[in-house]
Write a new protein. Structure first.
Ligand code: PBG
Length: 327
């Protein structure tokens, strides 16, 4: 027998107990954040391109959050689907204290003070142009003018009781500006989860259906990152750290595991990864068709994101995954 047959890696895999000793990565419900869509209408409305997900009315949302807590989740991230009449070029409704998000945050926090409520900061749900920033007449996305509005949005959300502000807009300098704006209003305990490496990805398609928020013209390539780039993510990470981010995010997750690993190695901050709507839709559609076995496929996709180095995962599968992990 060749001498290298002294080496039999299968020995450590031969018994469930040994596999238990040697498992390198774990997945727990405590690591999952549940993104939810809300709208002003009273009922829930299923989202065609995200089977199993809905735009929730006020009542349906409370039911969903109640169920999520029962399943062992601790945190939600909220996105508003607004009527066209509430959208404008400068996204004024993004910092309306009576808006859907502040109202919902306040309702959730008064009912469940322990629930960690995260809010998205960006203008796209509020923008008549469908962009994350303010669009100039010549089509450019105005950075500093946008950051000023984002600061008002963040403070408005903090005032409503948000625990963690998650800027997804990718404007330059917004993490530092938002930190300063929060601190100036004494919201020093409100955290910032920075979308550090957010790529200009085709995998956001179903999300834009859900919010009816696709750009009316152009694309998001002048602010979101080029999918070809990984080193650039390190630069963004350094900036977000310096500007006071509490957590760094990579988005999407599955197609960018190398970037998750790179940030994990470069930063001491917790790393989040967002398994986005397109990743969800692929798994859900294949499961519906019977091409994939949903439970092991989804759990493998999430475990792989953890193995790459993510501490926490934002996923539309959070509730199902939590239930699967408990059973
Ligand atoms: C926009 C935003 C997007 C997502 C989260 N925040 C879409 C975009 O940038 O166009 C995508 C999330 C998903 O696809 O699940 N600020």
């Amino acid at each position: 027998m060749a001498s290298d047959m002294r080496q039999r890696p299968r020995r450590n895999r031969s018994h469930p107990a040994l596999r238990g000793f040697t498992s390198e990565t774990s997945l727990e419900a405590s690591r999952l954040v549940y993104p939810l869509f809300l709208h002003e209408s009273p009922g829930d409305e299923p989202i065609d391109s995200m089977p199993g997900c809905s735009r929730h009315g006020a009542e349906g949302l409370l039911r969903e959050v109640d169920g999520a807590l029962e399943d062992g989740l601790t945190s939600v991230l909220l996105f508003p689907a607004l009527a066209e009449s509430q959208k404008s070029a400068t996204g004024e409704s993004s910092h309306d204290p009576d808006g859907l998000i502040p109202k919902t945050v306040a309702a959730l926090k008064s009912r469940w003070p322990e629930l960690i409520v995260m809010t998205d900061v960006a203008l796209d749900p509020y923008s008549s142009d469908g962009h994350d920033g303010i669009v100039a007449p010549d089509g450019r996305i105005l950075n500093d003018e946008t950051v000023a509005v984002l600061c008002r949005q963040a403070v408005c959300q903090a005032r409503a009781g948000a625990d963690i502000i998650a800027p997804s807009d990718m404007m330059d300098g917004r993490v530092g500006a938002i930190r300063d704006a929060l601190d100036a209003e004494d919201f020093t305990e409100v955290g910032i989860l920075a979308y550090t490496a957010k790529y200009a990805s085709a995998f956001y398609g179903p999300f834009r259906d859900a919010l009816d928020s696709a750009p009316k013209s152009g694309d998001k390539k002048t602010y979101q990152m080029d999918p070809a780039n990984a080193r650039e993510a390190l630069r963004e990470a350094e900036l977000d750290e310096d500007e006071g981010a509490d957590m760094l995010m990579v988005k999407p997750a599955g197609p960018y595991l190398d970037v998750i690993r790179a940030l994990r190695e470069a930063s001491p901050l917790p790393i989040a990864a967002y398994q986005v709507s397109g990743e969800y839709a692929m798994l859900a559609a294949a499961a519906e068709k019977g091409y994939l076995d949903e439970r092991p496929s989804v759990l493998e996709s999430l475990l792989s994101i953890r193995r790459a180095g993510a501490d926490m995962i934002l996923t539309y599968y959070a509730r199902k995954a939590a239930r699967w992990l408990a059973s």
